[in-house]
Design a protein around this ligand. Structure first.
Ligand code: AMP
Ligand code: MG
Length: 425
């Protein structure tokens, strides 16, 4: 959350209908009640990408495990360079990667050696082949090598016993490479977060089905699933569409509470008569933590708990669902997953548009990057003139810009925070 706090440091306001809180406070509340999963599982390295380490890992072997050549060339002994050059050596052997040299080193003898091959004891430099002139069974070297030149020494990268990774580290391809280099075949990771998903709304129809009168297609389900699809630490339990009926919602919530670590719902959270999410939650003794957030889109957001399951009730409007999911629900979900970095990834950008907004409210608008300014920052163009219901504007967006609460008018050249819209892994 650190990145966003500076930009959205708004004060809480007491509105007529109840307390209005800032985006950061809302996200902070969600993060504060989120509990990281405890259970762990062992997984093969090959399927561990993006998973979160359950424990610190220490090196068990030195890397590299033995002195080896960093080049194709000739292994030599510095003692043989005492006279003035050039120097001629007899080639006393040939060592390729994976082979061992048997003989004892003799004076004025060089060994043909290839990258990755063990450098035999007694040899203390490798001269790259480009600096050697081969003459039948001999090799001529014109320049005296430095001690240790082109030798990768045992343990210079990793020493057995070094701490390589910490609990909570996410397994990137590079970290997996290090573990594999240690000979590790399986790794203990936190189990996946089980994320329940419910699309509320009697008007909703699944794509692929005929659209009845008054119906609209469900956009949120695929959108939220897609945002999580690259997250290998997440497992989706999709409860599909639930109509706006308290009993149907309460039943679905109860089912999710027995299975999931977190339940994300969309729709039904405003104060309208047909918004039954809150009362259905109350039926389970659910506790609500966030009510009104000074943000656009997405003012009605509900964060709470049903038993040990975090509940994130997002607005139904797809843009509002997208923004509140990324700004408020996802950081908490990332805490549950055990990730160390949980907040949105903001980067510095600059407005290439003018726009008037309401003071005191954080706005998140879809933007396109139209170029770079002289400092290399992305120049942003706002899409859709702030209409929060536009699927089209969001589909054209490269990312989301944060328009801070203490600004009433965005002018060309104003520095803004920008979050690229990619996956959420
Ligand atoms: P609500 O938050 O339930 O008041 O919904 C706000 C608006 O978003 C309404 O126009 C809904 O029809 C629409 N909406 C709700 N859920 C979805 C969804 N899953 N996909 C697309 N639109 C939705
Ligand atoms: Mg609704």
């Amino acid at each position: 959350m650190k990145t966003a706090i500076a930009a959205t440091n708004e004060t809480c306001q007491a509105g007529a209908e109840g307390r209005v809180i800032s985006v950061d406070i809302a996200a902070g509340k969600a993060v504060a009640i989120a509990r990281t999963v405890r259970e762990t599982e062992r997984v093969p390295l090959i399927t561990a990408t993006g998973r979160i380490l359950a424990h610190d890992i220490r090196g068990s072997i030195d890397l590299p495990p033995f002195d080896n050549s960093a080049m194709d060339g000739y292994a030599v002994r510095l003692a043989d360079f005492a006279t003035s050059g050039p120097w001629m050596f007899s080639v006393g052997g040939r060592i390729a990667a994976g082979e061992l040299h048997a003989g004892q080193p003799a004076s004025n003898e060089a060994l043909r050696i290839f990258t990755g091959a063990p450098v035999p004891a007694g040899f203390d430099a490798v001269v790259m082949q480009e600096h050697c002139e081969r003459r039948n069974d001999a090799v001529v070297i014109a320049k005296r090598p430095r001690g240790g030149e082109n030798i990768r020494h045992a343990g210079e990268d990793v020493r057995a016993g070094d701490r390589l990774m910490a609990a909570g580290d996410q397994l990137s391809p590079q970290r997996l490479a290090l573990l594999a280099g240690q000979g590790v075949a399986e790794v203990e990771v936190l189990r996946r977060v089980r994320i329940g998903l419910i699309s509320t709304g009697t008007e909703l129809q699944q794509p692929g089905e005929p659209l009845g009168p008054g119906q609209i297609y469900n956009s949120n389900r695929v959108m939220i699933r897609a945002m999580l699809s690259a997250a290998s630490w997440a497992e989706i339990v999709d409860y599909g569409i639930v109509p706006d009926r308290r009993d149907a919602l309460a039943e679905a919530f109860g089912e999710a509470a027995g299975t999931c670590d977190v339940l994300v719902t969309t729709g039904g959270v405003s104060a309208g008569e047909e918004d039954h999410v809150v009362s259905a939650l109350g039926q389970h003794g659910g506790m609500l933590d966030v009510l009104k957030v000074a943000m656009r889109p997405g003012k009605p957001v509900k964060i709470g708990m049903i038993g040990s399951m975090l509940f994130a009730g997002l607005p139904g409007n797809p843009n509002a669902a997208l923004v509140t999911f990324r700004q408020i629900a996802l950081p908490a979900i990332r805490v549950i997953a055990g990730l160390a970095s949980v907040g949105p990834q903001w980067s510095a950008a600059v407005a290439g548009f003018g726009y008037e907004k309401r003071l005191g409210r954080t706005e998140f608008v879809p933007v396109r990057v139209s170029g770079r300014d002289e400092l290399g920052r992305p120049v942003l163009q706002m899409l859709g003139r702030g209409s929060s219901a536009s699927l089209m504007a969001m589909s054209l967006a490269d990312g989301i810009a944060l328009l801070p609460p203490d600004i009433a008018a965005v002018k060309h050249g104003l520095p803004l925070l920008y979050e690229a819209l990619r996956g959420s892994d």
